[in-house]
Design a protein around this ligand. Structure first.
Ligand code: FE2
Ligand code: FE2
Length: 335
């Protein structure tokens, strides 16, 4: 497949780039930010050459667009600017990865494309690796027939509550992924413990409580998952220091991990499990406030979880819609 290159600028600029590149690449030419966005979607270029000379507002809009969207953030942008430190700084601030003088130095253009292709290959491999971890998380969920859809709901609820808490988009995205991955460490826990209908013995509890650390260890080698490690490790901590594995207290317990934990518990207690009967939405929020009264959770965040559950319509609102538990009720388990 021919490698495509996005060229954004006026006709004279595009011709100059075309002449420098020769026939080796497919050029996707564009002048405005709207057509650039379409071209990005359609042709998945390896690199973008953008004209920023003359303080081009169209050029800087294109750079910002590329760097602002998750799907194109990694696309290398080579910008052309007039000589001078302030012009170079402005181009870099617009999101350019490299700034070159015009007319384009031919050999360097080719070298930039080669380097972009090498990097693309490396990041694609990295993405493959994190896909494996996500697939593993789904396999863990499948181990436990009663928690179907749990991880996805936890992610969605945590994102919604995170937005209400004013967390930025990047952290919200971490909450979505954390929702999927938080219990991945259960892969190291025997099925008899995970699916046990009754109360866990002390010994079983010790084994079960290892799942956050096992999960962290699974995700640790991947750089692309590193920002999720605190969420995975600390999703069973308590504000008064009585949680596990580290016994974090108060401010040591990061807000995103607290939000994910509340979403996790909310989903656990509003769904039917072998060891308990589901609660209604109002009852679940009350339960969480009860835990906040014990010093374990934060009342304000509990409120946000309740509102988020309303928005997403998660959990049943009427007691009569909830079936009796399949086995004698054991204990409220929220892992
Ligand atoms: Fe969970
Ligand atoms: Fe857990």
């Amino acid at each position: 497949m021919a490698i495509s290159v996005l060229v954004a600028g006026d006709i004279a600029f595009r011709e100059a780039i075309a002449a420098a590149l020769g026939r080796e690449y497919t050029l996707v030419e564009t002048e405005s930010v709207t057509s650039a966005a379409d071209a990005l979607l359609a042709s998945k270029p390896a690199v973008a050459f953008v004209d920023l000379r003359g303080e081009s507002p169209a050029g800087s809009a294109i750079c910002r667009r590329i760097k602002g969207a998750a799907s194109t953030r990694l696309l290398p942008v080579v910008a052309f600017a007039e000589p001078g430190e302030d012009r170079t700084v402005a181009a870099l601030d617009d999101g350019a990865d490299h700034v070159l003088p015009f007319p384009p130095p031919r050999a360097e253009l080719h070298a930039r494309i080669r380097s972009a292709l090498r990097n693309r290959l490396a990041t694609e491999r990295l993405e493959d690796a994190s896909q494996v971890i996500f697939a593993l998380a789904n396999a863990v969920e499948a181990k436990d027939a009663y928690t179907e859809g749990h991880t996805e709901r936890v992610g969605a609820l945590a994102v919604e509550a995170g937005r209400l808490a004013g967390l930025d988009e990047e952290i919200c995205e971490a909450l979505r992924q954390g929702g999927v991955l938080h219990d991945i460490g259960k892969i190291g826990i025997p099925n008899e413990i995970i699916n046990k209908a009754g109360r866990l013995t002390d010994k079983e509890r010790i084994v079960m409580n290892k799942h956050p650390i096992i999960g962290e260890r699974i995700c640790e080698p991947l750089k692309s998952l590193r920002h999720l490690l605190p969420i995975i490790r600390w999703h069973h901590e308590r504000l008064d220091g009585s949680g596990y594995p580290d016994g974090l207290k108060g401010q040591q317990f990061p807000v995103p991990a607290q939000i994910l934990q509340l979403a996790d518990i909310y989903d656990a207690i509003t769904t039917d499990r072998p060891y308990h009967r589901a609660r209604t939405r109002a009852n679940a929020v009350e339960f969480l406030h009860g835990e906040a009264n014990k010093g374990w959770r934060d009342h304000e965040l509990v409120k946000l979880i309740g509102w988020a559950a309303d928005t997403l319509n998660l959990g049943r609102t009427r007691d009569e819609d909830i079936p009796p538990p399949p086995a004698p009720i054991g204990q409220w388990r929220t892992e």
